[in-house]
Ligand binder design. Structure first.
Ligand code: A3P
Ligand code: MG
Ligand code: MG
Length: 380
């Protein structure tokens, strides 16, 4: 394939540089050598408490307690009476991460020797979850996405906007779906202790406002990235390697009974699990396989570095190199489009399955997402 993924180039007025209008997401276009991805370095952490209040520390970090191979956890326990659900209608955008940046900018700047006060020394600031969506885009056939981008102090900030389809789905979830979303958090409670020497409290309240987040810095090809992602727990051994290598991602999935189910697990689930943990350098996923009634019947550890081997026998399967090359080319696309440094100006990048990535431009609109407090703080 020699086809250029950047199509329909046009010229900006008074500028000889061609500005691409769209980017293809066809997987075949990205089957080339794996791009450089520097080992992610943790530059900080933060916590969100039971009321979703921000703390510039690790108070919500939990510790992994090995559940054994056949734990018989009942994930339905507590759904009615011991569950406090975060209001997912509240759009937090990049706010928590921006608060972390404001609280830690001296630390960030010292490592970059930047001149201007707004300058962070990175090309992109975003959530890990947004990058996960980019990585899986060449293989996604169900859900599109919208990503808002503003340039401020030379850095491109990327913040997701909920699509109309996603909003309608969120507002019309079935009771079964609502309950099944709880199961993943209940699994975490069965496995995690609040202290390195503690035990899990399976009788406690599950509160999905609580979160512990790592902030990492890395580089994908020529793009310097600063992003944050929620971390489920860490290895309790004090001799474990430093973060992010000591972190453990927890997942639940339906038990696998047939070859077709195994194939689907490899094709769809492992792609999402790999992308989410590979990005911040989290080395392993501990998965609980549950039956139809929400009982965990087995637990298995997946090492992120071994997942590409696991899927190699799957016909026409996803490839890590396609995910990373698409992400890198999308970030290049964003850089070539977003030239004006202005936090009130938003470029809205849109993608739908079987379509190219396109964008629209919005000045002082509902899409503006960098808050005034952040712009004021960074100008000092
Ligand atoms: P599972 O991972 O076991 O499915 P995470 O795994 O990223 O730490 O997320 C913890 C749980 O949050 C998930 O458990 C799932 O129940 C819920 N969750 C995560 N992402 C979600 C999404 N996009 N939509 C609905 N629920 C989600
Ligand atoms: Mg999590
Ligand atoms: Mg998890």
């Amino acid at each position: 394939f020699n086809e250029d993924p950047f199509t329909q180039k046009r010229l900006r007025a008074g500028d000889e540089t061609p500005v691409p209008r769209s980017l293809s997401a066809r997987a075949q276009l990205y089957e080339r050598v794996f791009p450089q991805y520097r080992q992610p370095v943790e530059v900080g952490v933060f916590s969100l408490d039971s009321e979703r209040a921000f703390f510039n520390d690790s108070r919500q970090l939990r510790y992994y307690v090995d559940p054994g191979n056949k734990p018989n956890f009942n994930l339905r326990d507590g759904y009615r009476d011991r569950f406090i659900k975060r209001d997912d209608g509240v759009k937090e955008r990049l706010d928590h991460l921006l608060r972390w940046i404001v609280a830690n900018r001296a630390k960030l700047r010292s490592t970059h020797a930047s001149s201007s006060p707004c300058t962070l020394g990175v090309d992109f600031v975003t959530w890990r979850g947004h990058l996960t969506k980019l990585l899986t885009t060449p293989y996604e056939t169900q859900e599109g996405w919208l990503l808002a981008v503003s340039k401020f102090g030379g850095t491109l900030y990327v913040s997701e906007v909920e699509t109309e389809v996603a909003r309608v789905n969120r507002e019309n979830r079935t009771e079964r779906h609502e309950e099944m979303m709880y199961w993943g958090y209940k699994f975490e409670q069965y496995i995690c202790a609040d202290d390195a020497n503690g035990v899990p409290d399976r009788g406690g309240v599950v509160n999905t406002n609580e979160a512990f987040c790592t902030v990492v810095q890395t580089r994908l090809a020529e793009h310097k990235l600063l992003f944050s992602g929620e971390v489920d727990c860490r290895d309790k051994d004090p001799r474990a390697p430093p973060a992010p290598a000591c972190y453990v991602e927890l997942k639940t999935s339906a038990e696998i009974c047939t070859p077709k189910q195994r194939s689907n697990f490899h094709r769809y689930k492992l792609l999402k699990w790999w992308a989410q943990s590979f990005l911040p350098g989290v080395p392993r996923v501990v998965a609980g396989f549950r039956d139809h009634d929400g009982v965990v019947v087995s637990v298995e550890t997946f090492h992120i570095s071994k997942i590409s081997q696991l899927i190699k026998n799957e016909y026409n399967c996803w490839k890590p190199t396609v995910c990373m090359n698409f992400c890198s080319d999308f970030l290049s696309f964003v850089k070539s489009v977003v030239k004006e440094d202005n936090p009130r100006l938003v470029y809205l990048f849109a993608w739908e399955p079987h379509r190219d990535v396109t964008y629209t431009v919005h000045r002082d609109s509902q899409y503006t997402f960098l808050p005034d407090w952040y712009i004021k703080e960074m100008a000092i």
